[in-house]
Design a protein around this ligand. Structure first.
Ligand code: GUN
Ligand code: ZN
Length: 447
């Protein structure tokens, strides 16, 4: 390769950690890829080569290198469930799901009729996501098409791989937030045509949850999925016991909560269901067979008192379900995927399970990519993938530096200990740099 060819290439050197397989099913020694001194070669926003520095340095000796000698480089975090429209309502006191929605969430979402407001919050949301190292997310907008435009316009300006859609609600919500089956269909269709596969953007048909859609509207959502088979479907399911009982009342003919979505034709490979705290054994099996995904949202499930998600059951070998981590802000209390992993660990602990640091990081990276059917594009450092990655500082604070003493880990055991400390103690202060399609998009200001 000539020096001229190398001018469009760039290299990142440091300790790299990613996954080549799922550590819930394949031993960590085979699924974790750790290269203590590695080199990542990027061209036009994509990874073109990846390996140890000693193996690759000769071949790429003319490529400019950015080195991170004391950090840990991982794929960007993937948040599989979050509401950008709830940025302002995070940490609202004292209620559980249904009352919390009426008291805090619906009035806040009402403001997104105003495009200028939606623009402002979209900017704040993406600033926050990048600061936290989240490079891809599956996101609820609001019922207003303006909210979707604001979201995708800002994501497009930043060249982010993002998925979102207009919320569908035609009952059991305030008038200012409801649509109808007809305009839900027309508005969603226009938005799909405008935004789906526009650059890195993708569309998700978004019925909020069964209680706020008539059966007719759920069928409308399914009609959109038939017309546009590669768009996503996102909704909520079985988060809270009162909600589950309400769904049984509203849909007496259904066999259960998931069956409401199934009868409408909304349970497929590109369906992502948030929460699933109270799913039955039969529902887990059905999700496994349908290859649908669950967004596990621990900070939200604890904050809203919803319950403990059965991660071990979801990741069983007999009926495996794809699982990603979600912040679910504003039900969730942090945009940080490190803090989300921290709470996921505790949710597992309360059920007698230990979620290892590697498994938790898998859920936040390649696991999330698999849940979103994006593992051919993002989620690890395989050549051909988009170069969205983050630089973590395991010694970001005095406390973390004391907890994570010593040189970079050389073995997986040492790394597991450091990574666990990073997840329990880390947040945006540990996200030193964020690269989007190979370009530096956020850098922590030196203190
Ligand atoms: N169920 C229906 N809507 C919502 C929402 O906005 N947040 C959460 N956590 N659950 C929901
Ligand atoms: Zn949610």
């Amino acid at each position: 390769m000539s020096a001229f060819d190398n001018q469009s290439l760039q290299a990142i050197r440091g300790a790299f950690l990613d996954f080549v397989d799922d550590p819930f099913y394949i031993s960590e020694s085979e699924s974790v890829r750790y290269i203590p001194d590695g080199l990542l070669i990027i061209e036009n926003g994509a990874i073109v080569d990846f390996g140890s520095y000693s193996d690759l340095q000769k071949q790429y000796s003319h490529v400019p290198v950015t080195a991170y000698p004391a950090q840990l480089i991982t794929p960007g975090f993937i948040d599989t469930h979050v509401h950008y429209s709830q940025y302002e309502v995070i940490a609202s006191y004292g209620e559980q799901l249904l009352e919390w929605l009426s008291k805090y969430v619906f009035p806040t979402e009402g403001k997104f009729k105003d495009k200028a407001h939606a623009d402002k919050i979209a900017t704040l949301f993406f600033d926050e996501l990048l600061k936290q190292g989240t490079t891809t997310a599956l996101v609820f907008a609001t019922v207003h098409p303006e909210s979707v435009d604001a979201f995708f316009e800002e994501a497009s300006r930043r060249n982010l791989r993002m998925i979102s859609g207009k919320v569908l609600m035609d009952r059991n919500a305030p008038d200012y937030l409801t649509d109808s089956p007809e305009n839900a269909y027309e508005d969603s269709k226009k938005l799909i045509q405008k935004w789906h596969k526009n650059g890195r953007l993708l569309y998700a048909v978004t019925p909020r949850f069964a209680p706020t859609s008539t059966p007719e509207q759920l069928h409308t959502a399914a009609k959109l999925l038939q017309e546009f088979p590669d768009v996503y479907m996102q909704t909520h399911i079985s988060e809270n016991k009162k909600e589950v009982a309400w769904v049984a009342e509203l849909f007496p003919e259904s066999q259960g909560y998931l069956d409401v979505y199934d009868r409408a034709g909304l349970v497929g490979e590109k369906s992502v269901f948030a929460h699933g705290v109270h799913l039955t054994d039969a529902e887990f099996k059905r999700l496994s067979a349908a290859k649908s995904a669950i967004a596990f949202c621990p900070t939200s499930n604890l904050f809203l008192g919803s319950g403990l998600f059965k991660l071990a059951q979801a990741k069983s070998t007999e009926h495996p379900v794809k699982v990603g981590l979600g912040t679910d802000v504003g039900g969730g209390t942090s945009f940080s995927m490190l803090q989300t992993a921290n709470e996921a660990y505790k949710v597992a602990q309360l059920q007698g399970d230990s979620l290892s640091a590697f498994k938790a990081l898998f859920l936040a990276t390649l696991g999330g990519a698999k849940a979103l059917s994006l593992d051919d594009k993002i989620g690890n450092f395989n050549p051909g993938k988009e170069a969205d990655f983050i630089v973590l500082d395991p010694k970001a604070t005095t406390l973390m530096a004391t907890r994570n003493q010593g040189a970079a880990a050389q073995t997986l055991e040492e790394l597991a200990q450091k990574l666990f400390g990073l997840m329990m103690l880390g947040d945006d202060r540990a996200i030193q740099a964020v690269y989007i399609a190979g370009k530096l998009a956020h850098q922590l200001a030196p203190v």
